[in-house]
Design a protein around this ligand. Structure first.
Ligand SMILES: NC(=O)c1ccc[n+]([C@@H]2O[C@H](COP(=O)([O-])OP(=O)(O)OC[C@H]3O[C@@H](n4cnc5c(N)ncnc54)[C@H](O)[C@@H]3O)[C@@H](O)[C@H]2O)c1
Length: 316
């Protein structure tokens, strides 16, 4: 059994806890949050309001960090110094220098470290990467990616609306799409960003240029109850792939339309999309790496540092 402890039992832990609980070879043994009320619905676990006490008392193989962004790197280092493998929610930090700090700590202590950049484990996004690599539909010509919603009002201590602690829309939302671009297509040669920002709203539009194609991406915290939506449209020479309202469709140049969200409806030929939960996928991948004694290479330090540098407008 792999013993897991999780710190930060707020919003996103609601996706991580069931994912760990769904694994037969994992026991999510301990939870930690400074707010007692967040722990009350898990009476069957070992519960802590003090992080160091959890580390002192539990024999953990893996620590899962679901804390506010500004705490990720420090808490990761504190656990790795004790020989515990660490998977943390995104982003690792708002500062590129922290990437080297956490990875060198992991290597020095011979433990695994991974930032859970969930789109790398999301079947619809993985398919775009595969189509790009294989050239199945010819070259990629353009892409649009979006991640829109209203300004968060639920976070503990309102930390999300504090730029120093969350990095606002660039680090909360847009980082998902930029991280995917860097993972799938490499570092863009140019980025042009526009931002409309007020105390109660934040909107970002960016265009990333690559050799032969460009990707535009938008992300928002609107000051209105706009429902959260995420999607993309990628234009290849011989097809358009669109993920909209949770449905992935490929429109082929010869007129075929492949509905990959309900593959039983139609023969989709060589394209198969596994039905899976990306949060469970990322944590399963990390647990498998720990079991195999293999460092998780799917999320690379240099890619994380590249994304932070771009978001901060820093030179490569
Ligand atoms: N991958 C995704 O799709 C996704 C989605 C949402 C959030 N996130 C990331 O997850 C992280 C958490 O976001 P959230 O929405 O769950 O925030 P949240 O505010 O809902 O939860 C954070 C929790 O941490 C607790 N906490 C704060 N300081 C602590 C400490 N010192 N010790 C123990 N507990 C402490 C708070 O009480 C709170 O319960 C953020 O970094 C965010 O970027 C990722």
């Amino acid at each position: 059994m792999i013993r897991v402890g999780l710190v930060g039992v707020g919003g996103i832990s609601g996706a991580h806890i069931p994912a760990w609980d769904g694994m037969e070879d994992v026991e999510l043994a301990a939870l930690c949050d400074i707010r007692k009320e967040c722990l009350e619905k898990y009476p069957d676990r070992h519960l802590y309001t003090d992080f160091e006490e959890m580390l002192d008392r539990e024999r953990l193989d893996i620590l899962d960090i679901c804390l506010p962004t500004y705490l990720h790197a420090d808490f990761a280092v504190r656990a790795m110094e004790r020989g515990i493998h660490v998977v943390t929610e995104k982003p690792v930090s708002l500062h590129a220098g922290d990437v080297e700090r956490v990875y060198s700590c992991a290597h020095r202590n011979h433990v695994n470290f991974m930032v859970a950049q969930v789109l790398r484990f999301w079947p619809e996004y993985e398919l775009i990467r595969e189509l790009y690599d294989s050239g199945k539909y010819g070259k990629l010509l353009s892409g649009t990616m979006s991640r829109l919603g209203n300004i968060p009002g639920w976070s503990w201590d309102n930390w999300m609306r504090d730029e120093a602690r969350s990095g606002l829309v660039p680090y909360d939302l847009h980082i998902h799409d930029l991280d995917f671009m860097v993972y799938a297509f490499g570092e863009p040669r140019k980025a042009v960003t526009h931002r409309s920002r007020r105390p109660d709203q934040d909107y970002l539009h960016a265009v990333y240029e690559y050799d032969g194609f460009f990707i535009s991406a938008e992300a928002s915290w609107y000051a209105a109850p706009y429902p959260f939506t995420a999607g993309f449209v990628f234009q290849f020479e011989r097809a358009v792939a669109a993920w909209q309202k949770g449905k992935l469709t490929i429109y082929e140049k010869d007129g075929n339309v492949l509905d990959l969200s309900s593959p039983s409806d139609k023969d989709t030929g060589s394209i198969q999309l596994p039905k899976s939960n990306a949060y469970a996928n990322e944590l399963r991948y990390f647990a498998d790496c720990v079991k195999a004694g293999r460092f998780p290479e799917k999320v690379k330090a240099e890619e994380l540092a590249c994304v932070i540098r771009i978001l901060n407008g820093e030179p490569a």
